[in-house]
Design a protein around this ligand. Sequence first.
Ligand SMILES: Cc1cc2nc3c(=O)[nH]c(=O)nc-3n(C[C@H](O)[C@H](O)[C@H](O)COP(=O)(O)OP(=O)(O)OC[C@H]3O[C@@H](n4cnc5c(N)ncnc54)[C@H](O)[C@@H]3O)c2cc1C
Length: 333
Amino acid sequence: MSERHREQRHDLLVVGAGPCGIAVGAAAEHAGLSCVLFDRGCITNSLLDYPYYMTFFSTAVMLEVGDVPFTIPDAKPTRREAIAYYRRVVEHWGIDVRQYEEVLAIEGSEGDFTVHTRPSDGMEHSYGAAAVVIATGGFQSPNFLEVPGEELPKVRHYYHEPYPYYDQDVLVVGAGNSAVEAALEMFRNGARVSLAHFLGEIDRGVKPWVVPDINNRLERGEIPVYWHHRVARIEPGSVVLRSEQNGRETEIANDFVVAMTGWRPDHAPLVALGIGIDEETGIPEHDPATMRTNVPGLYIAGVIAAGYNANKIFIENGREHGGLIVADRLSAR
Ligand SMILES: Cc1cc2nc3c(=O)[nH]c(=O)nc-3n(C[C@H](O)[C@H](O)[C@H](O)COP(=O)(O)OP(=O)(O)OC[C@H]3O[C@@H](n4cnc5c(N)ncnc54)[C@H](O)[C@@H]3O)c2cc1C
């Protein structure tokens, strides 16, 4: 293992360069702390997998980090505007982001951590730090349906754009924002869309301005809906749905399944470090006032702090974590 970076000990190393990791970097730069961010992908890597033409539900001002104005002509930014904005924040503060450099392991203790990484050249590196922030987000793995046929290539857990689905029978699973927006976009682009959800109505968190549109499509039967149904199995040319109420099975013609059933954080690296995870909520043990975990010198930032409920922490409030962590590091000096 290369020791080429080990001799320099940073004040902070941050795993993940999403919006909330970047907020930590900006707060550290502002306070004069030496800080390096690592991402196994590019800056804001998780935004690349969002629907290409999505608009954030938050206004631009609520997504700002590091006191860098997010100026756009409309209230709410698109995905493309947000990606460009967070890149600008990195440039503005001169944040040191090592893209395509995955963090493999973290060892040591407060004041003397070693972070082992593998950049795209394949050579493993190690870096020293007084403290480490884990800002790895909550989108590591989809919530699988766990039914026979899920491994078929026609089953998608990420939705990008409607065009592959023109003139196809598509089942959207779920009734949250991602499901509803994907269903409407595909419906408007010539797909025959159906929706299945294990509850009896769309989620309460669906963007209010989208609710009348989806409800009208469902009520008019333009998007047939199977409330109180789960997917029982997926066949190459059909899907079998099972009623939650009476167990009856319904088979519908199907070319694609778009499973918008949410995503989960990967807790394994946190557990390996000794960070406690609440079994029920999935929330890592931490003090919300400082974002310190139960392991001294290890912090969490961003949506990873939300556990299994990613609707609790998003950019709007996860962006505050950077300031809390940096304040705590300054007081520890
Ligand atoms: C469709 C959609 C719309 C949304 N709209 C809004 C909105 O309007 N307003 C809002 O506030 N929030 C919104 N959110 C939520 C918001 O995008 C997330 O909360 C946000 O991305 C979380 O930022 P983060 O920095 O905590 O994590 P992420 O952005 O997920 O970043 C985590 C990073 O860690 C990296 N990583 C993981 N493991 C490693 C490793 N071992 N080594 C190196 N790097 C690693 C990943 O590559 C990733 O880039 C939306 C989410 C979705 C899916």
